[in-house]
Design a protein around this ligand. Structure first.
Ligand code: NAD
Length: 319
């Protein structure tokens, strides 16, 4: 069946991987990519899609109501998937305002357009960071979809606000929505400000690798392809109005990540430089993804060792 899909933020890390994934898997689908092309975007991420007649790029801002109205007027979208966001926690601490505009107002503008133009599905790409953090020493504790929303940073507060708006459009207007809350992604196309590409880049150049606090903060790392396959399942089979946690049960501390990468690149531990901790730094994220596993028959496929080796290779080839 043919479908016309809008992907927002498709020139970023996850959105670009998703566009390539969808165009490959569903050759009858059309994908329109709206991206403002902020510092985090890279159209080179989409070289593989550029020549595909089913792919179209439109530069623009999701928070610009008139622009979004024009696009929705011309295109009849079956599915809208909102990846567009300001996504770097450190930037949200130094300058939160743009996070509120893109992540909250931008989501509201898209929701209104979906309502007006009767789009069949709006999917919000959210994050496990909306739940806040967990203690380091209680490994039994995991966040599920009913856990409290308790964000720690302006970034996660803006994502949590967007989630609440999405839920309210379902309840108030019956807008067909779904939300996914995924853990930390790694893989090709990620901008160098984020932990894994930052470590790889610094290590390749023999530069010092800054590590916040004591480096013991724990994240659940998932390969970006697994995140893409989860969103694929949700937009096709997910129940309207539902939230799905997406994780890989792969908890690793930041210091372990640095050590794994240094070992793989044959670089000395002496490159590690501990720096003053990020204010409000979340200790541990861990999510329970049994709902999507049971209800939608999804599971993460990538094992971390294979994924990280491939990712390092990708950065070496695409620096
Ligand atoms: P990214 O920063 O790599 O990409 C974001 C993209 O959005 C960029 O291309 C940027 O130009 C675009 N954008 C920003 N503001 C825009 C606006 N106003 N209008 C249109 N486009 C705009 O982010 P990412 O890591 O690919 O994350 C994508 C989504 O996934 C985000 O919503 C993020 O919250 C969520 N998420 C990310 C992770 C992760 O580990 N990276 C984990 C869970 C959820």
């Amino acid at each position: 069946m043919k479908k016309n899909i809008l992907v927002t933020g498709g020139a970023g890390f996850i959105g670009s991987n998703f566009i390539i994934y969808i165009l490959k898997k569903y050759q009858q689908y059309k994908v329109v990519n709206i991206d403002k092309l902020t510092y985090a975007a890279n159209l080179k991420n989409l070289d593989e899609a550029k020549a595909n007649p089913n792919y179209k790029f439109i530069k623009g801002d999701i928070a610009d109501e008139n622009f979004i109205k024009d696009v929705f007027e011309k295109e009849k979208f079956d599915i809208v998937i909102n990846f567009a966001a300001e996504s770097h926690v450190d930037n949200s601490i130094s300058d939160p305002r743009i996070f509120m505009i893109t992540n909250i107002i931008g989501t509201q503008v898209l929701l209104d357009a979906c309502k007006k133009y009767k789009v069949g599905r709006f999917h919000q790409v959210s994050t496990d960071e909306v739940y806040g953090d967990l203690e380091l020493d209680n490994k039994e504790l995991l966040f599920n979809e009913n856990s409290n929303i308790n964000p720690s940073s302006p970034y996660s507060a803006s994502k949590a606000s967007a989630d609440l708006l999405v839920k309210s459009y379902y309840r108030t207007y019956n807008l067909p929505v779904t939300i996914s809350r995924c853990s930390n992604n790694y893989g090709p196309h990620q901008f160098k400000e984020k932990l894994i590409p930052l470590i790889i880049d610094k290590a390749i150049k023999n530069n010092k690798i800054p590590l916040y606090g004591n480096g013991l903060n724990v994240r659940d790392w998932i390969h970006v392809y697994d995140h893409c396959s989860a969103i694929d399942k949700i937009i096709h089979n997910g129940k309207i109005g539902e939230i799905y946690n997406v994780g890989a049960r792969n908890e690793i501390s930041n210091i372990d990540i640095v050590e794994i990468i240094l070992k793989e690149l044959n670089k000395p531990q002496a490159l590690i430089e501990y720096v003053k901790d990020r204010p409000g730094h979340d200790l541990r994220y861990a999510i329970d993804s049994s709902k999507i596993e049971k209800e939608l028959n999804w599971k993460s496929e990538y094992d971390f060792k294979t994924g990280i080796v491939e990712t390092i290779k990708w950065y070496l080839e695409n620096n």
